[in-house]
Design a protein around this ligand. Structure first.
Ligand code: HEM
Length: 401
C-alpha cells in the first residue's frame, strides 16, 4: 500500500486544511500507516457522514478485539470499557444509562453552576492587564471546573486532577504511541479509576435521579444494569470527553473571533447569535480531527478497496470544510443560515455531552464579547501541535486591552 500523506510531516501540521483539501479533491480515500498498521483516511462530508450512520461500521476491529497499542494495563481497561470503544449490545445498554446524565432535565440542573463558573473565569481574565495565555488562564481552568462540578469532585482540585488528562488521551489518539507514552497513560488511567472510584463511594445515597451522576448511581445500585467498574469508567469517560474538547473549542472560539473582527462585531451587536457562533467555531476549527471506525464488510470506495475489519479514519475537520456539502467552507461566518457539521460526529456514538457543550458555548459567546470587549490574540501564527486526532494550541497569547 502506497501512503499518500504523512501525518508526521511538519508541513501537514502547519497547515492541515491545505492537505485536507488536496485529499478531498484527489484521494478521498487515502491509505495511511498508523501505529504500525494500515488505515484509510476519508475526508469528504457525505462519505464520513454515511459511514458514521452505517450500522455495520464498528469501533472494535472484530467483536471483543482491541488495538494492540493500548497495551494490557489500566489504560487498556479504561479503553475497553469506555463508551467510544464499545459496540452493541454493550454500547446500547451503557449509552442508554449514560444518556440519562444528559437529559434535558439533568442538563438544566447544571445550567446556573456552569454559567457561574464561566462568569468567574471571565472575571479573572477581565482583571488581567497586558498579555496573558488564554489557555492557561481560562480555557484549561473553566472546563476542568465544569467537569468537577458535573462529577461532584472538589473544585479546588480541578486543575491538578485534570492536568493528567493529556497522558490518558494518548491511547485515544491515532498518532503514534511510544512505550513511554503508554506508561504515562497507564499511570493516568489508574489515577482516574482510583480517584473516581473513591468519589463514587462518597456520593452514594446523596444525589437524586435528576442529577447526572445520581442517575448513573441509581442504575449501578440496583445491581443488574451497570457494574461498579462500568460506572467508574463511564464517569472517567465524562472527564476525558468533556475536558480537552471544551478547552480546545473555547480557545478556538476566541482565536476565530479575534482573527475575524467583523464577526466579533456582529456577535457583540447581537448576542442572540451566540448559539450559531458556537456551531460555526465547531465547524470551522473542529476540536477533534479524526475518529475511527472499522469496516463491517469489504467495500470499494472511490476506487480503493477497504477490507472487512479495515480501519477507517474519518476526518471531521476535513469533512466540515468540504465545498461539496458546505457553501464557502473556508469562510468563518457566524450568520450561516444552515450549519450542519460533524464536530460531534453522527449516528450511534454522537457526542453524548453535546447539550452540555452547547450550554457552555452559548453562555461563553453571549457573555465574553461584552465583558472583555478588547480581547484579541497577539500571536502571529497558531502553533497547532503534532497530534493527528486532536489538533490544538498548547498556549495562545492574548491581550485584553
Ligand atoms: C466542544 C466540545 C465537544 C466536542 C467537540 C466533542 C466531540 C465528541 C466526539 C467527536 C465524540 C466521538 C463520537 C464518535 O465516536 O462517533 C464524542 C463522544 C462523546 N462525548 Fe463529546 N465532545 C464535546 C464535549 C463533550 C462534553 C462536555 C461531554 C460531557 C461529558 C462529552 C461527552 C461525550 C461522551 C460520553 C462521548 C461518547 C459517546 C459514545 O461513544 O456513545 N462531550 N464527543
Amino acid at each position: 500500500m502506497q501512503a499518500v500523506f504523512n501525518p508526521a510531516d511538519p508541513a501537514f501540521t502547519a497547515d492541515r486544511y491545505a492537505t485536507y483539501r488536496t485529499l478531498r479533491d484527489n484521494a478521498p480515500v487515502a491509505p495511511i500507516e498508523v501505529n504500525g498498521h494500515e488505515a484509510f483516511v476519508v475526508t469528504r462530508y457525505t462519505d464520513a457522514s454515511r459511514i458514521f450512520k452505517t450500522p455495520s461500521a464498528r469501533v472494535q476491529p472484530h467483536a471483543g478485539q482491541f488495538p494492540q497499542h493500548i497495551g494490557t494495563g489500566p489504560a487498556s481497561e479504561f479503553y475497553r470499557l469506555s463508551l467510544p470503544s464499545m459496540d452493541a449490545p454493550s454500547h446500547t445498554r451503557l449509552r442508554k444509562l449514560a444518556g440519562a446524565a444528559f437529559s434535558a432535565r439533568a442538563v438544566a440542573t447544571l445550567r446556573s453552576r456552569v454559567q457561574e463558573i464561566i462568569d468567574n473565569g471571565i472575571d479573572r481574565i477581565s482583571d488581567n492587564k497586558g498579555e496573558f495565555d488564554f489557555v492557561a488562564e481560562f480555557a484549561a481552568r473553566v472546563p476542568a471546573e465544569i467537569a468537577c462540578r458535573l462529577l461532584h469532585a472538589p473544585m479546588s482540585e480541578a486543575h491538578t486532577v485534570l492536568e493528567r488528562m493529556p497522558d490518558l488521551n494518548a491511547v485515544l489518539s491515532h498518532g503514534g504511541i511510544t512505550p513511554e507514552k503508554l506508561a504515562a497513560a497507564d499511570a493516568a488511567a489508574q489515577f482516574y479509576i482510583d480517584y473516581i472510584g473513591d468519589l463514587v463511594d462518597t456520593l452514594r445515597g446523596k444525589l437524586d435521579a435528576d442529577d447526572p451522576v445520581g442517575a448513573l448511581l441509581e442504575a449501578e445500585e440496583d445491581g443488574s444494569r451497570m457494574t461498579r467498574i462500568e460506572l467508574v469508567i463511564t464517569l472517567v469517560g465524562f472527564f476525558v470527553a468533556s475536558y480537552h474538547t471544551t478547552l480546545v473549542a473555547m480557545t478556538n472560539a476566541v482565536y476565530a473571533l479575534s482573527t475575524h473582527p467583523e464577526q466579533m462585531n456582529i456577535l457583540r451587536a447581537n448576542p442572540d447569535l451566540a448559539g450559531q457562533a458556537w456551531e460555526e467555531v465547531l465547524r470551522y476549527l473542529s476540536p477533534v480531527h479524526f475518529i475511527h471506525r472499522y469496516a463491517g464488510q469489504a467495500q470499494t470506495l472511490h476506487g480503493v478497496d477497504i477490507p472487512e475489519g479495515g480501519q477507517i479514519l474519518l476526518g471531521l475537520a476535513a469533512a466540515n470544510r468540504d465545498e461539496r456539502f458546505i457553501d464557502d467552507p473556508d469562510t468563518f461566518d457566524i450568520e450561516r443560515e444552515t450549519n450542519r457539521h460533524l464536530a460531534f460526529t453522527a449516528g450511534g456514538h454522537f457526542c453524548l455531552g453535546a447539550p452540555l457543550s452547547r450550554l457552555e458555548g452559548h453562555h461563553l459567546l453571549r457573555t465574553l464579547p461584552a465583558r472583555v470587549p478588547n480581547l484579541r490574540v497577539t500571536i502571529d501564527k497558531p502553533d497547532w501541535g503534532p497530534d493527528l486526532s486532536f489538533a490544538f494550541m498548547r498556549s495562545m497569547t492574548v491581550a485584553a486591552e
